[in-house]
Design a protein around this ligand. Structure first.
Ligand code: SF4
Length: 938
């Protein structure tokens, strides 16, 4: 019988400015951070949770350590937990620790014992067949848990096994199925949708009449189309708490069953994708049935590429990066049990990339489009290929806005499948998602990426293969194919060469001398030349160089000296790349016909896939860039001219003012035009839904609907949209309080910090603080963290803690007394029902960012009232943020806006029943405390 042995180590949990150490002798110490760090250096490597975050709080780096998260990932692969003592305790069915940092530190050894005990119990299960050999191999690479794991598995002397890393050998192969015939066209009636909903909810569910009304209204999106190019578009606003997910899943699933077709459900955030997947348990309680009928589909860059994994293992075992064998070992464990191989937001814990570095984990996905398809030895076990095939026959495909828009624009992604029925949840994001999907960017990063895709890594340690190596079996000994390929690769040297960043600041001249970035032919590098000139123009034109911003922009016109000539040279250089690639693609695809009789299926598949990637990765961007460059030759438009597309130049900066990119950008003035043309019009039916489609704003209801319709492109379709709205069932008057604080000068960081501190203390934690600038967030964090922690309120922050957003939100959801600071990105990504979120504090009104694109839109898309356009965006954002507060009928919460200049006209953003009071900070604090303390939930 295996024995559990624990490391003879202290346990440490770090807070802000202090840390608790639980020594191996059972002594509990609470010390200032620096003292704790010094003490730890004299002790054996400590047990801890999340080494990067712990060491950031302790100050000087202390290594090595026994990180419980690594053990957790090994023992329970494809499971996740908030990376805190409480989070791990809950995941392991323990009562969470109470009593601050000391209690948490004292619990770590118990958690280690529980994890090892699971290995003892599961030593014989299939998952653990090679686990001891794998752990021993990871031990060779320095994994400190290895001896404890092998002992728990009953094999303390297990020989290191490299074979255990070759996970692809143990994965199932996919099987092809015949393509599905087109779906039939049976409608779903209002009554059918309601009765399907009732069946999904079961006989004992709480009655929500609004939900049934919503399901009935949503059914209209599934009616058969009557005229080509004229889909049924339903706009359905469902107040928070309506239960809209099940509301639309009812008609969607019914339509799919009746017609043997798939409905694509698109979300903006990953979180909602996961939530929908979970809600589908109502429809398909049997997990294997669910796996067959529902697919969560993401871009291929999200999935583990087994060939990349194999390459990374080779580098690691050849001694190039031996320590990377530890994360790779954990990934192989996960790959055996993952639901779909998604390494970004799937069932791989997000904190794994925080522990080992994002490039180590995300570099295992096919992020650069280097897949070699059927030539890959792992093709038949590939996660991407599995998902593509499952999606072809699934009833419901859960995807995201960016993916479905790209798919529609390209007429299919990895095959020619384009859906005909869509549900756009989080429909208030359709405009922004379309803006991003249909924009184009001619920048150093984008063009440099194309060079790398074509030419490979060009030295360095990267494994990137160039196009020639990727398709060599398809073109070898075929001069008709080799000639255009070689020509394209030669011409690709006009794209930025490695190290282009460092040359951006060189003095631009219209006729550049030879430089480090020039092509082999001796010509100046046309792209670098252009980039230098537009960088020069940006710096010349901006009014003030505000380094606090991540980017600075300027208008394209009038063009700076030499830009027109450089643009022309670059357009010609890009044409020299595009021409041969188009020829190569054409001739490759011609092989499909010419050799139809004796071509095997794998080669056919490969040629088709290569044709798609030549289009997607090279021809499409090259064509967009050439068009943008040609547009620069146009006259400067007269003032007030409405552009269909907006061009501007942007210089991006990273940490420490470092310039990271410069480029020419093109956005549609109204991105719902391409959305309507490429996605909506070809579809048969679309439901666009959200809790916040309309701007209340005291507007005429008709005007509010029209504005909502304009945000999703309805005016660009032949028939009017069908409108539906269901009010929230929540009693906002009783469940919420809202304040605008009138006596805080938000520009004064001390005052701002005091406001956050007192409000967070008044709520006893459970607060989300939202900022419009990272610098102010960091300044406030430094000032308030120690006092909050002394009051037993842990504070976490984006841009401060060594954790990603998803991890921070997981912690915030799990640690009910914690507070979280974040910027805009947090506003939409946080879905925290219950007590863990009871206070939202906004630093400032979330006005739209005053950039060039917004300038043009507020002029030309506002019907002559730019101020109302700005107001509408700010109100929708406030409404969206307020919606985070109350997720259930039992939730109570307080919403505070610290911006005393908040115009009253924005206050209609909030749901009916909410009364906004303008009060001083002291009064807001007092009422917050009173309201939350009298709450039955508080
Ligand atoms: S088929 Fe492509 S994505 Fe899949 S493992 Fe092979 S190279 Fe990677």
């Amino acid at each position: 019988m295996a024995r559990i042995a624990l490391p003879d180590s202290p346990a440490v949990v770090a807070g802000h400015g202090r840390a608790a150490i639980f020594t191996a002798d059972g002594e509990l110490l609470l010390l200032p951070a620096a003292e704790a760090a010094a003490r730890l250096r004299a002790l054996p490597p400590p047990l801890l949770i999340h080494a990067p975050a712990t060491f950031r709080r302790l100050g000087p780096r202390v290594m090595p350590a026994f990180d419980l998260l690594e053990l957790f990932a090994f023992v329970l692969p494809a499971r996740t937990a908030a990376p805190t003592p409480r989070g791990l305790a809950l995941a392991l069915d323990f009562d969470p620790p109470h009593g601050g940092l000391e209690a948490e530190a004292a619990m770590l050894p118990e958690l280690v014992a529980a994890l090892l005990h699971r290995l003892v119990q599961g030593a014989d299960i299939a998952l653990n067949r090679d686990a001891a050999g794998l752990a021993a191999r990871m031990g060779q690479a320095g994994w400190c848990w290895a001896p404890f794991v092998t002992a728990a598995l009953g094999r303390p002397d297990a020989a290191p096994s490299s074979e255990a890393l070759r996970v692809w050998k143990r994965l199932p192969e996919w099987e092809d199925t015949a393509p599905l015939p087109p779906p039939s066209a049976h409608p779903v009636s209002d009554a059918e949708a309601r009765s399907r909903l009732a069946a999904m909810l079961g006989p004992h569910a709480e009655q929500r009449p609004g939900q049934a009304d919503y399901a009935g209204a949503a059914a209209a999106a599934f009616a058969p189309r009557e005229t080509r190019g004229d889909p049924h578009l339903v706009l359905a606003e469902a107040g928070t708490g309506t239960g809209k997910t099940l509301g639309y899943l009812a008609p969607a699933s019914l339509w799919s069953e009746k017609n043997h077709g798939s409905v694509w459900i698109s979300t903006f955030t990953r979180h909602l994708q996961r939530q929908i997947d979970a809600e589908l348990a109502h429809l398909f309680p049997d997990p294997s049935e669910r796996h067959k009928r529902v697919v969560v589909r993401k871009g291929r860059e999200n999935y583990l590429c087994l060939l990349n994994l194999e390459d990374a293992l080779k580098s690691s075992t050849s001694g190039m990066a031996p320590a990377s064998l530890i994360p790779l070992g954990l990934i192989t464990r996960w790959a055996l049990v993952t639901n779909d191989g998604d390494i970004q937001g799937g069932d791989l814990p997000g904190w794994l990339s925080e522990l080992f570095g994002t490039p180590v984990i995300l570099g295992l996905a096919d992020r650069r489009g280097e897949c070699i398809h059927a030539a890959c030895p792992h093709w038949r076990r590939c996660f991407v290929e599995h998902t593509i095939r499952r999606a072809r026959t699934a009833q419901l495909v859960v995807a995201n806005h960016a993916l479905v828009m790209t798919q529609a624009a390209w007429g299919g992604l990895d095959d020619s499948v384009v859906p005909t029925r869509y549900v756009f949840d989080e429909g208030h994001h359709v405009f922004d998602a379309a803006d991003s999907a249909f924009s184009a960017e001619l920048s150093g990063l984008e063009t440099g990426e194309l060079r790398r895709w074509l030419l490979g890594a060009e030295g360095g340690r990267s494994r990137a293969r160039g196009l020639k190596r990727r398709i060599e079996e398809l073109v070898a000994a075929r001069p008709m194919l080799e000639t255009p390929l070689d020509a394209a690769l030669q011409a690709a040297r006009a794209l930025p060469a490695p190290g282009w960043h460092g040359r951006l600041g060189d003095t631009p001249t219209p006729t550049l001398p030879r430089s480090a970035g020039e092509g082999e032919t001796g010509r100046p590098n046309a792209t670098e030349d252009f980039l230098r000139l537009i960088r020069h123009q940006v710096l010349a034109r901006i009014l003030e160089d505000d380094y606090s911003r991540g980017s600075v922009e300027c208008d394209v016109y009038p063009l700076g000296p030499g830009v027109a000539e450089a643009a022309d040279r670059l357009a010609r250089a890009l044409a020299r790349i595009a021409g041969p690639i188009a020829t190569l693609r054409e001739r490759l695809l011609a092989r499909l016909d010419e050799e139809a009789d004796d071509m095997d299926a794998a080669t056919r598949n490969r040629i088709e896939a290569t044709g798609r990637s030549l289009n997607r990765r090279a021809l499409n961007p090259l064509s967009a860039w050439q068009n943008m460059l040609h547009a620069l030759a146009d006259q400067q438009p007269a003032p007030g001219t409405r552009p269909s597309q907006v061009l501007f130049l942007r210089l991006m900066r990273g940490e420490g003012r470092r310039e990271i990119d410069v480029g020419l950008h093109r956005h549609w003035l109204d991105p719902t035009i391409p959305f309507a043309a490429s996605l909506a019009a070809p579809a048969q039916g679309l439901l666009v839904t959200s809790a916040t489609l309309r701007d209340a704003g005291g507007l005429d209801p008709e005007v509010a609907w029209e504005a909502a319709e304009a945000r999703v492109g309805a005016p660009h379709l032949p028939s009017p949209a069908i409108r539906a709205a269901v009010a929230s069932p929540f009693d906002y008057a009783a469940q919420t309080r809202a304040f605008v604080v009138t006596d805080v000068v938000t520009g004064d960081v001390a005052q701002l910090a005091a406001a956050y501190r007192t409000l967070f203390l008044a709520s006893g934690g459970g607060a989300l603080g939202l900022f419009t600038a990272i610098r102010r967030l960091q300044a406030v964090h430094v000032r308030i963290a120690p006092e909050l922690e002394a009051a037993g309120i842990p504070l976490y922050a984006q841009h401060v803690d060594a954790m990603g957003n998803a991890t921070l939100v997981d912690i915030f959801r799990t640690e009910e007394e914690s507070c979280l600071l974040g910027t805009d990105a947090m506003r939409d990504g946080v879905d925290v029902p219950g007590r863990a979120l009871r206070l939202v504090v906004f630093e400032k009104v979330p006005w739209p960012r005053p950039d060039i694109l917004h300038r043009e839109r507020r002029i030309h898309l506002s019907d002559g009232d730019p101020k109302a356009y700005d107001d509408r965006i700010a109100r929708l954002r406030l409404r969206q943020a307020f919606g985070r507060l109350i997720r259930r009928a039992t939730d109570r919460g307080v919403f505070v806006l610290l911006d005393r200049q908040t115009p009253s006209r924005l206050l209609s953003a909030f749901p009916a029943g909410v009364t906004i009071r303008r009060v001083g900070l002291a009064e807001a604090v007092k009422q917050t405390r009173a309201f939350l303390l009298e709450s039955p939930n508080a």
